[in-house]
Design a protein around this ligand. Sequence first.
Ligand code: PLP
Length: 436
Amino acid sequence: MTDEQTRRDDRAHVFHSWSAQAQIDPPVIVEASGSHVTDDTGRRYLDFSSQLVNVNIGHQHPRMIAAIQEQAARLATIAPAAANDKRSQAARMIAERAPGDLSKVFFTNGGAEANENALRMARVHTGRHKILAAYRSYHGATAGAIALTGEPRRWASEPGMPGVVRFWGPYLYRSSFHAETEEQECERALAHLRDTVAAEGPEHVAAIVLETVVGTNGVIPPPDGYLAGVREICDEHGIVMIADEVMAGFGRCGEWFAIDRWGVVPDLISFAKGVNSGYVPLGGVVISPEIAATFDDRPYPGGLTYSGHPLACASAVASMEIFEDEGILEHVRTLGAETIEPALEKIAAKHPSVGEVRGLGVFWAIELVADRQTREPIPAAAVGAVAAACKERGLWPFVAANRVHVVPPCTTTAAEAEEGLAILDEALAAADAHVT
Ligand code: PLP
């Protein structure tokens, strides 16, 4: 039996994110387990979205649930001004896993707030006001974070925050620099960033913020050398380097922090999502000792009632322990390299609608085009048809613009990944039909 009461109440009273309220009919999800979610008709879906690319540990992990229950029974909430065992432990564990000497953690309730605070820290620390942020980025929907965001979701919130300057990051498939190789793309993107810094006056630039691996805007891993080049530009001018790892961090790329893949140490890292898979809302900023020291003898001008919430921190501690006990980071690297990548390459070879596949770990995109020569993006209707074909076959996909993102939980088994990729393979026939 379907849950009509929930559906009615949802339509009458729940105001949904990013949606034309009269045009949506959200599915009613009643339970979930591991890589699957189940709707009110009893239909099970293989979750190839990790919801909003956050359920890295999979659904309803029993140790996560137990950690939250134990914490709730002992101490459900306590103000940020107190010290608390799980808060301290979560901060220590995150700092121990963070690159270089990053050593302190400011906790927030999600990714947007993490970026708000990262940019505040950078501005106060440097005494400068300009922030360089990339096109094709998403940093969250609060005032500052949406102002940093370099894609159309920002437009309705403009004019946003003064001082944000935009630059183009590397994306070889649709190169803004007319590059033909990864090396050229890297070199030219860095030259462009240098020019942008020079034109803005380096002494006015507080921070360069970028997603280590661009997420919602295409799953675009940076070419080798790019992040090191950004680090160099920042070092030259005393600019704070902020790596937004809200989506890329905590396992998605097979590392605690995605930037470890490129061996670069930023000054601030914003995180959320995978840190505890959203079992309880949590995000934060990992901070370099130098920036943290700015606030040794002067108060940090920011705070949140629920900063370091015990339920959230208890689940973050549990999540990091589970990742290690179950070897999940290694599993992600193997799953990506041995199962997902080869399957996607076969898919790319077979379907004329596939322009490019790219990614790493459990973070992949299939970019769909109407014409492989011109690379014209496939129409939205075609992507909708692929998504519908996936759902009919029991796969919950993640689609964005002209892409299907392959972003299952980090705990997805090779057999589940193969099953999902086989469904995607069939569903892509719906896109092929739109190739001109
Ligand atoms: N930064 C990145 C890279 C994200 O992908 C997101 C959300 O998708 C955010 C920030 C915002 O996080 P939240 O929705 O938790 O505020």
